[in-house]
Design a protein around this ligand. Sequence first.
Ligand SMILES: O=C(O)CCC(=O)C(=O)O
Ligand SMILES: [Fe+2]
Length: 305
Amino acid sequence: MSQRHTDQQVAQWHRDGAVLLDQFLTAEEVAPCFEDMRALYGDKAPDISQTRNDDHGGQVGTFSLDQFRNNEDMPFNCSPALNLIGLHPAFIAMAKAALGSDDVRLYQSHTWAKYTGAADYEQPFHCDFKNHTLTVPSENADGRTVNFMIYLTDVTEADGAIAYVPLPDSDPITGPNRAMFLDTDLETQQRLKQVEKRGVGKAGSVFAYGIDVYHRGMNLTVPNGYRYTLTASYKAAGNDMIGWSAWPHSFMKPWYLLINNATPEQLACLGIPRPGDAFWTERTLERAKLRWPDWDMAEYCAAAA
Ligand SMILES: O=C(O)CCC(=O)C(=O)O
Ligand SMILES: [Fe+2]
């Protein structure tokens, strides 16, 4: 059974736009991913890690490019563990339940390493739909997205836990249209700040949210602190309004780490047809074996035979 979420958590995600999944992954699942993050980003910590508590004059922060250093899209040049964690069957199961669809796609996945003092990470409240769609958040479940921010380190407030406002608390402040940016609306920002919650959780915990919920990045204040996360974002298959990565665009990256180690169900989330799909003929199977010689295609061959 791959399901780890409860019905209550899915209901909370629908109602609030966000839910914290406490220790959703086991320590054994997190450990190799943590080692992968270390291999990718371990030498990126600033030399002098002064604590950072920027004074925003009582207001909320701003966006800046240096917040997004050490942020990279899948696939990652490390072991298969980190490459596959966003495709863990428990995330696929929860995405299917949340979106009310039997067929889901992973459309965005990136790792992000933040370090105390490396940037002023404090952001203003915003919704993420700006770079996930050219339209606006859907009112229907199957048109939504579920965005899993997976904690690979313990994340306390001092480690820069995300701040967010559940929809029933933000709607009376912002109105139900939920404009993307409110930077210039300092009064609304202040009112949201007064009711914000923090997505605090141990390593293996997950902050699951949607592109319609107000949230903001926060500073790390613990001396020499660092926060490792991987975000995996799902949509229902066939939802062309939502996008980010066209996976083949990064064909130079080590995709074999996924292809050779993922299950057919995980690969289906990347748009590879399942065994038995009409796409798989003798010819396409042979072509695929030429392209990915170490991909175990036994299930695909058996289903096509
Ligand atoms: O990393 C975080 O805690 C949130 C960052 C964020 O919301 C963003 O960059 O859009
Ligand atoms: Fe965001």
